[in-house]
Design a protein around this ligand. Structure first.
Ligand code: CDT
Length: 315
């Protein structure tokens, strides 16, 4: 039997003035809880170590380096890796990455990405993803009450949508894939993973509870509806389990949505967080469930019609 226990480790708010040590200690407590509840894999939010800093404008990006990780682990984040090893967990972790690497012209540069990794029970990083769908804007907007400067702080990810087959708990090989926040709203992102037979899609998010650009058409309760609609559809249409995990609550006066969920390949919600704080929810996932969609209605080899999809890759 291919059975794994999956945990969504929702984080409550992290204030701008709070240091990594406080957050890392909270995350270690969630890993302890996950271990006690028999979880094999734990999913943390996007940009898990800091406040959602793209709401704060800085003129010179070098002044924002404190919000990024230059190495992983670092002395400040090592306790998290120690706990992962201690409890034998697989872990999804979102963070802001500074990488010194060549750009598309081969010039070595300091580059910034909104990144997630899969950490194996050994503490080794076995997969890295850099967010592709960056929402928001690049320059300070006088029209908004709160900024969403992801296009300023990050470059578009350059690693595609990778999937790795890795051991999880008692199961030898599970196909693991990652998305980050806004990616969940894009069917192309899910399909990229589905085409690699992903079985567990992990994603973290920081989603403001109010859409600054709603123009009177997006009532506040639809924020969560759209998030869950996207995750449930992505899971069903690609025959994968999914875990969507929030950083939730009030950060320096600005609210982030909660409602972290674990979803099965039928698109049903199996477990959901009910607070806006640190909270762990778990679900037992029978990976055999992925087979149904994959071999029937969503048997891609049999039923997809590439010849009719020309626009998808060309515009
Ligand atoms: N972090 C992130 O990607 N948040 C976006 C908010 C979009 S509003 C500019 C999301 O899609 O949830």
């Amino acid at each position: 039997k291919r059975l794994i226990t999956v945990a969504a480790a929702q984080l409550g708010p992290i204030q701008k003035a709070e240091g990594r040590d406080v957050v890392v200690a909270r995350m270690v407590r969630l890993l302890e809880q996950a271990h006690r509840k028999g979880a094999h894999v734990v999913v943390f939010p996007e940009l898990a170590f800091t406040t959602f800093f793209p709401r704060w404008y800085v003129e010179d990006l070098d002044e924002a380096d404190g919000w990024y990780e230059q190495t992983l682990p670092s002395p400040a984040t090592q306790p998290l890796f120690d706990a992962i090893r201690r409890y034998g967990l697989t872990c999804y972790l979102g963070y802001a990455e500074i990488a010194h690497e060549p750009d598309e012209n081969g010039v070595l540069r300091k580059r910034r990405f909104n990144t997630s990794v899969v950490i194996a029970p050994s503490g080794e990083i076995v997969l890295k993803y850099r967010k592709i769908h960056l929402p928001g804007h690049k320059e300070f907007s006088t029209l908004r009450k709160v900024q969403h400067l992801e296009k300023r702080y990050f470059e578009v990810g350059n690693l595609g949508f990778p999937v790795v087959r890795a051991p999880v708990g008692p199961v030898d090989g599970v196909n693991l894939g990652m998305l980050i926040c806004n990616d969940r709203r894009w069917p192309e992102a899910w399909r990229e993973l589905g085409l690699q037979q992903v079985e567990l899609t992990m994603l973290g998010y920081n989603t403001p509870a109010v859409n600054q650009e709603n123009r009177g058409f997006e009532a506040h309760h639809l924020r969560n509806f759209h998030s869950q609609l996207s995750i449930q559809a992505g899971c069903y249409q690609n025959a994968t389990f999914g875990v969507g995990v929030a950083k939730a609550g009030n950060e320096d006066g600005f609210e982030l949505m909660g409602h972290s969920i674990i979803v099965n390949p039928q698109g049903e919600i199996m477990a959901m967080a009910t607070s806006w704080d640190d909270e762990l929810v778990v679900a037992d996932c029978n990976l055999a469930m992925c087979e149904l969609g994959r071999t029937t209605i969503f048997n891609f080899a049999q039923h997809r019609r590439l010849e009719a999809y020309q626009r998808l890759a060309s515009q």
